[in-house]
Design a protein around this ligand. Structure first.
Ligand SMILES: [Ca+2]
Ligand SMILES: [Ca+2]
Length: 200
């Protein structure tokens, strides 16, 4: 019986040793696989002035966001530099260390300053930093700056119904015919643009 136990013990040690020998190459393989993936991709960086137009005047300390296919992929703030409002934003990559759905070569990045959608869009590319002046998309009647004219914009005008220039609730942004009051004529102007979109 003793002669049979000893080989059993030996066999156990041998099994453990061989298991250890198996684990070493497995862990080495896992390590190799990790390093083969490499470090996460760096983000893509865009910067430049934020331009004004008749619909939109940029300000400092306004949130700048970058979107790819509906995913939020970047966040920063505008800054005042001399006379100019500028921005710089890092747009995260997809995959390890990044955010699922975000940047990959060829994907289109859309920028917003506050709620104002900006143009142009950019193609995600992290091979260098890109200077990209942002211009507001300007759409008559799009009072909430979401790039379409719909009931939400009409409601914004209606919320200032019957206000007069000089009054506390009067806001020239909603006096679309610039006649000093906000009334049915202004609502009709928004309604006339119903369904318009920025179209890119
Ligand atoms: Ca709108
Ligand atoms: Ca008016």
């Amino acid at each position: 019986m003793k002669r049979q136990q000893k080989p059993c013990f030996v066999r156990t040690i041998a099994a453990l040793l061989s298991l250890g020998l198996l684990l070493i190459p497995l862990s080495a393989a896992a390590h190799t696989r990790t390093t083969a993936w490499g470090p996460p991709s760096p983000p893509a960086t865009y910067y430049g002035p934020v331009q004004a137009n008749s619909c939109f005047v940029p300000a400092a300390q306004v949130t700048v966001t970058a979107w790819i296919d509906g995913y939020p992929c970047g966040l920063s703030e505008t800054q005042q530099v001399g006379e100019q409002v500028v921005y710089a934003i890092s747009v995260l990559p997809d995959g390890p260390g990044g955010t699922p759905g975000c940047g990959a070569p060829g994907r289109v990045v859309t920028f917003y300053v506050g709620t104002q959608r900006m143009t142009p869009t950019a193609v995600w590319d992290n091979s260098q930093s890109w200077e990209l002046p942002l211009n507001p998309t300007c759409l008559f009647g799009d009072l909430d700056h979401d790039c379409d004219v719909d009931v939400a914009d009409i409601m914004l005008v209606a919320s200032r119904w019957n206000t007069l220039v000089g009054g506390p609730a009067y806001d020239p942004a909603y006096d679309l015919d610039h006649d000093g009051d906000i009334d049915v004529a202004d609502i009709m102007l928004v309604a006339a643009a119903w369904g318009d979109t920025c179209g890119g």
